[in-house]
Unconditional design. Structure first.
Length: 113
């Protein structure tokens, strides 16, 4: 990672409202007419990050569906790309997470901490 990439990541970290926790799980992403499975690197109550060579542009909207645990019910919500860097990845912010999903995420974060 070059200096410019490190600075971009540091700036994104400083803007985070919620602490992130490691979660490697499959996420179904529906965006720009595509329906793809991505793998997340981490999650917070506010969003998640994906390691991607070719991320979507900032501002792109999508619907994501994922599970916090294998036996847990899937969580689905709309999200928006807030960080995008070719070769590095993409950060998304949950837009319309319902109360039940937010509680599940908070419980996951509490148990992981």
């Amino acid at each position: 990672m070059d200096r410019e990439d490190r600075q971009a990541v540091q700036a994104a970290v400083e803007r985070r409202e919620f602490r992130r926790f490691k979660l490697v799980t499959q996420v179904r992403c529906e965006a720009l007419g595509c329906n793809e499975i991505r793998v997340t690197r981490d999650v917070s109550v506010g969003g998640m990050f994906f390691d991607l060579r070719f991320p979507l542009p900032i501002g792109s909207e999508m619907t994501v569906t994922f599970r916090l645990y294998p036996a847990a019910p899937p969580l689905t919500c709309r999200a928006k790309v807030t960080f995008s860097r070719v070769g590095l990845g993409m950060g998304i912010q949950f837009v319309d997470l319902n109360d039940q999903a937010r509680e599940m995420l908070q419980k996951f974060v509490h148990e992981t901490a």
